[in-house]
Structures are given as C-alpha cells and as structure tokens.
Design a protein around this ligand. Structure first.
Ligand code: XMP
Length: 511
C-alpha cells in the first residue's frame, strides 16, 4: 500500500487519486496516524502531502518517526518536502517571494522521479516558506526562479522532495513524476484494479455490517453502485428505499424498480407524490420549491425508515452514496468555518436525527471510479451512463407553480427528447438533456384552428463537470424531428424552442 500522509493540503486527495489512476493501491491517512494502523496496510512507500502550516509554527505537524525507521522510500510534496528537510537537519525559511501558480522548472539532474522527462517544463507552485539549506546527504535535482531547491533527493535515493504539486493537472508531467517515484524509486509494480476494489469493498462491508441496512436509492449512478455493493456483500440485510416524488421522468419509478429486480434486488417503493404536490401547491420561487422538496423528502424518508425499523427491529445502518468530492467539499467548508466535523449528506441532507450508523462505501472514490466499479459489479450501461438528474426533479423544470397536469405534459415532451437522443446516438455525447415547460402560452395554428398553448424549451449541454457548460450543437434535422414529434404527440404544446446559451452566463437548469 502506498501510504499518503495528509498534512492538510487541499490537493491531498488528488495525490491519492493519481496513485490509484497509475494502478497502485493507496490510502490516505492523517499525518499522525499511529504505526499500528499503518503497519496493518503493509506500507510500501510514503508520500507526504502539502499543507497550510509552516515548520516553524508552534505545534506544526511532524513526520512520524516510523516514516524514517521503516526505511521505505519517501516523497515529500510542498510542506512534506519542508518537513523532511527540517526534520533531517536542513533549514527552511520564510521566503520574501511567495510563489503561487505556474513556474518554470529546470531539471538539474535527470534521476529518480525525473527519469525520461524534458529539461524544462511548467509546474504548479503554492508556498511561502522555502528550503534554504539541505540536510546532509541531500542534493538538488531541479530549481525554479524562486525556489533554488525546487526538487531534492537524498544520495541513497530513498528520499525525494518537490516544492511544487505534481498531483495537479497544471503541472506538466506531474503524473509521470509520481509514476517514476512509484516504479523507479520505490520499484513497485501496478497491482490495483477495479476488481480488487470491488472485492475489497464487499469484504469490508460483509465484515462490518451485522444488522440490516437501509439505503436511499435514487436510480442514479452513485446510489445504484452502493446498492449493488451491499447486495453482493449482505444480500439478506439490504433494504433499498425508493421515494417516488411524482417529479421524476416518465415511468422512472417503475423502471428503477424493474431494473433492480432484474439484478435480484428488491426495492421498498414509496409513492409519496401526493405529499410533494401538496407541499408545492402554488409555489413559484425556485429556492422555495427546493426547500420544500428537501424537507418533504427528509420527512418521508424518516417515516419510512421508522416504519421499517418497527418491522425489522434490527436496522442498524444507513448507507449513502457520498463521493470523495463531497467529502473534500465538506472538509473545506469545515476548515473555513472552523467548525467541528460534520458529515456530508447526499440527498439534500438526510436527517441527523436518524438513529442509524452511516455507511459511505464510495467516500474515497471519484465519479469515474464509481462508474468503473459499477461496471465491474455488473450494473448495466443504462444506469452507469445516465445523465445527472437534479434532486428536486421536474419541479425546477416547470417554471412557475407545479401541478400534476404540468408534470404530465413535461414528462411526455421530455420522454420524446430523450428517446430520440438515444435513437440518434446522441445521448452519450451530451452531459445533460431535458425539456422545460414555460409559463407562457403562445398562438399557433393546427388544421383550421388557432391554438393558444404551452411552449416547451429543449436544453442540451456539453460539460466536463457541470460547473461550466456549452449548449450542444445538435443537428438541425434532429431538432426538427423532435419538435415535430412533441407538437404532434403532446397535447397542450404547440411550440418548441431550443436553448442556445452557455453556462455562464446562464445555468444548466432554468430554475
Ligand atoms: P446549474 O443549473 O446550476 O446545474 O447549472 C448544475 C448541475 O447541478 C444540477 N442541479 C441540481 N442538482 N439539486 C440537485 O441535486 C438541485 O437543486 C440542483 N440544481 C441544479 C443540474 O441538473 C446540473 O447537473
């Protein structure tokens, strides 16, 4: 196991992610993790992360002595490098020039972590202290304008340190540097795969779970993968709960139930649509809609959980599809707020009052890893490559008050759009695609009659992460075909428009 010791940098998780991408099993532990726990992992190399501290701060985090005593290869990154230097007898000082952002790295010696890399390339810096004097037995192997010791190694080739961040994408050849550390310096061979991960997670869950476990299943990738993991680990103990808000896509509820039944997983289905429509009655404000949906969801889930607990007395756990980015985000928020530890809740914040222990088997994984894991577990592509769907569902795609009639119209139009996207092989080429029902009526003519009916807006975007997005340049013939079908087949719609704004300045959703 490659052990990444966390000194608090915002990039620490990325280090682990790169290690895994390179095919090595890694774990992330706090810098002061006791040796007993580290030993259990059979460590093969240490990577020391960056961090906000200065080695001269009182109580600054120290590299534990076992790192040195283990005789294993060590890579120190940023603060990790500084702590290494400081603890081995060199000197670190406040630099008059803070270095933040891109810097040009010049390699002085092409050894170890730099094998096979070019003379000069761009790296990402983020530090204010810098190394001034190396410990005995160390030499410099790369420099930058503001860091004469941008990379160092010990002459016995055990210890390497870099002032920059090889784990971020802005560092050119960053991945190769980490790879060199693991293969050239530590002489490890890649041994990590989704198959290992699946087996590992299933084994862990099996050992851990003694009572029954409930799970809020949405039909999305994350909760589906959790369901599948639990199904393989403890098939008789899993109770997945699917809350039908009435705000889902056409036939979504039945389809999710059916899909999971085919996988051998029986779902506890709750039709709570009446409560959601009641909560939304007359509400126009998007944030108010979200709030009410969130609260209603929590109430419904809580009541169902309590009912199930009465039936199956021994429900001990609540499983959630929390991912690594959620974990990072809530950690960052905690640090900013200086607040005590709070766990992140996926589905609009499931109640903390729930008397269950939380299980989050995906909390160390990124989205693409979750997909790969799901594939390994045998989930169908229709689940793995589904577009993201917002928690508040169609309620935020009906501009204005939400009614059953409005949902019906929107569901029909949306279903045609999605069906055609799949038929034309365009579904997987866009990040998200959906229909929006506008609160305006416009004039049309059908046969000999004038009509005065609803407008549907179609929205399709391409994106990497949903943070920014571009409108999808769908073929005109395709849009033409979809518009014709919607106007002909969906009663109450006489006009279709296509949204051609990007994000920013618009957002993906209309509310
Ligand atoms: P926007 O509209 O902000 O959307 O560009 C970015 C991504 O987030 C999704 N989204 C939501 N997801 N609850 C959710 O679970 C919400 O309230 C919500 N609002 C937007 C949106 O579908 C897109 O993927």
């Amino acid at each position: 196991t490659v052990v990444v010791l966390d000194f608090g940098s915002q990039y620490t998780q990325l280090i682990l992610r790169r290690v895994r991408e390179l095919g090595f099993y890694g774990e992330l532990l706090p810098y002061d993790e006791p040796w007993e726990n580290v030993q259990k992992l059979s460590p093969s190399a240490f990577i020391l992360s960056g961090g906000p501290a200065s080695v001269y701060d009182e109580n600054s985090p120290k590299i534990p002595s076992y790192v040195f005593e283990s005789n294993l290869p060590v890579l120190g990154i940023c603060y990790g490098l500084q702590a290494l230097v400081h603890q081995l007898g060199g000197r670190v000082e406040k630099s008059p020039h803070r270095e933040f952002g891109p810097a040009e790295l010049e390699i002085v010696k092409h050894v170890g972590i730099f094998e096979g890399l070019p003379e000069k390339f761009t790296v990402w810096m983020s530090h204010s202290d810098r190394v001034e004097v190396l410990p005995d037995g160390f030499e410099v192997i790369a420099k930058s304008e503001n860091s004469p010791y941008a990379a160092i190694r010990s002459q016995n080739d055990k210890y390497f340190g870099v002032q920059f961040h090889p784990e971020v994408v802005h560092t050119q050849h960053g991945k190769e540097i980490l790879k060199n550390f693991l293969t050239v310096v530590a002489q490890l061979s890649p041994n990590w795969s989704m198959k290992n991960l699946a087996e590992e997670l299933i084994k862990e869950l099996r050992e851990k779970i003694d009572g029954k476990v409930i799970l809020g299943l949405s039909g999305g990738v994350d909760s589906s993968v959790v369901a599948m993991l639990l199904h393989k680990a403890v098939p008789d103990k899993l109770i997945p709960i699917f809350v039908d808000t009435g705000l889902l896509r056409k036939n979504e509820g039945q389809e999710v139930v059916k899909r999971f039944e085919e996988l051998g997983i029986k779902i506890h289905y709750v039709d709570a649509s009446d409560r959601f429509f009641k909560a939304l009655e007359g509400i126009e404000d998007p944030e108010e809609k979200r709030k009410r949906i969130g609260h209603t969801f929590i109430d419904v889930f809580y009541e169902e959980a309590m009912k199930l607990r009465q039936q199956h007395g021994d429900i001990e756990y609540l499983a959630q599809g929390t991912l690594y980015p959620d974990v990072i985000e809530s950690k960052v928020a905690e640090r900013k707020a200086g607040a005590k530890i709070k766990t992140h809740h996926n589905v609009g914040g499931l109640p903390e009052k729930l008397p269950f222990k939380i299980i989050e088997p995906l909390r160390y994984l990124f989205k693409d890893e979750v997909r790969a894991l799901g594939k390994e577990l045998g989930l169908p592509e229709s689940i793995l490559y589904r577009h993201p769907f917002p928690g508040p569902g169609l309620a935020v795609r009906i501009i204005g008050p939400v009614t059953r009639e409005a949902v019906k119209i929107l569901q029909e139009a949306d279903a045609i759009f999605i069906e055609e996207l799949k038929k034309w092989d365009l579904y997987n080429k866009v990040w998200q695609a959906f229909a929006v029902l506008l609160p305006v009526k416009t004039v049309g003519v059908m046969g000999d009659y004038r009509t005065y009916e609803n407008v549907i807006a179609l929205r399709a975007v391409t994106s990497e992460d949903g943070m920014t997005a571009d409108w999808a340049k769908l073929p005109h013939e395709f849009l033409n075909h979809v518009a014709k079908r919607i106007v002909n087949e969906v009663r109450g719609v006489n006009r279709v428009v296509y949204d051609i704004t990007s994000k920013p300045p618009a957002t993906i959703e209309w509310e």
